[in-house]
Write a protein that binds this ligand. Structure first.
Ligand code: CO8
Length: 256
């Protein structure tokens, strides 16, 4: 595919996808979702990519769904646009490898929702977060009503969605919406450091951890702990797990 909106760079086991529509603050339109799904089709079967990073070009990570495209929609089209976006974000969340959002600027509406579908978020000090849909007379449509409360608690989700307030990166860190805040010029360096650290971790343990954590959150505690025990046990048939333990006992780095 000839990508118009996404810039894709794959090197050293890390894929970096940059959304490149800075003139429209990287607003998410149908073409974005088509390109992104195409990219995921290519990525999913690959085993040489261990971590995915998503970022935006210019002043915005993503300033929301494309209002210029939405303004003409009827209820059926609005429902279809929301469903297409939700399915794409669910697919991203369920990707086997970890996904890091490198939030360079505005992460508003659908942009905050995209960031929340990633596994964790690292933000530049200049980033701004919010669900400003109320200002447009609408509710969030890419699952912020669900993910925001799961990530930050009920009070914060209700506060942000009902007031439509925009918050700073430091406030986002305080409520647990982001995991780390960096100086703007250090953002990609920090993110790439984390990405390569994760990419170098023990083989299957990374995707299995992600799956157990993500699947477990919608289960009861006992059921989820049992899932962990089952997956823990399975690791003992992996060479990489044996190598990790042997390397510790032999006081050397694991040879993965
Ligand atoms: N959609 C379309 N165009 C946008 C968007 C957007 N979300 N955000 C910015 N743009 C465009 C502007 O219209 C402007 O275009 P032009 O140069 O042609 O006038 C250009 O980007 C630059 O924007 P500004 O001039 O406004 O730049 P500022 O630096 O002054 O402000 C802001 C930056 C604060 C980010 C401002 O642009 C803004 O408030 N943007 C809108 C934020 C917003 O309301 N986002 C929520 C959108 S709704 C949503 O995401 C719902 C998701 C669920 C959808 C479910 C499907 C139905």
């Amino acid at each position: 595919m000839n990508y118009q909106i996404l810039n894709i760079l794959i090197a050293d086991r890390v894929a970096v996808v940059t959304i490149t529509r800075p003139a429209a603050m990287n607003a998410l339109n149908t073409n974005f979702f088509k390109e992104f799904n195409h990219f995921l089709d290519d990525l999913e079967p690959r085993d040489d990519v261990k971590v995915l990073v998503i970022t935006g070009e210019g002043k915005a990570f993503v300033a929301g769904a494309d209002i210029a495209e939405m303004v003409h929609m009827n209820p059926e089209e609005g429902h279809a646009f929301s469903t297409f976006g939700q399915r794409t974000f669910d697919r991203l969340e369920q990707l086997a490898i970890p996904v890091i959002a490198a939030i360079n600027g505005y992460a508003l509406g659908g942009g905050c929702e995209l960031a929340m579908a990633c596994d964790f978020r690292i933000a530049s000090k200049l980033a701004k977060f919010g669900q400003p849909e109320m200002n447009l007379g609408m509710i969030p449509g890419y699952a912020a009503t669900q993910r925001l409360s799961r990530l930050t608690g009920l009070g914060n989700a209700l506060y942000l969605i009902l007031t439509a307030e925009t918050i700073t990166a430091d406030d986002a860190l305080r409520i647990g919406l982001v995991q780390k805040v960096t100086e703007p010029e250090m953002l990609m360096e920090e993110v790439m450091k984390l990405a390569s650290k994760i990419a170098g971790n023990g083989s299957l343990a990374v995707p299995v951890s992600k799956r157990v954590i993500r699947d477990g959150i919608s289960m009861g505690f006992r059921e989820a702990s049992e899932l962990e025990a089952v997956e823990f046990g399975k690791q003992f048939s992996n060479e990489a797990t044996k190598e990790g333990m042997k390397a510790f006992l032999e006081k050397r780095k694991p040879n993965w």
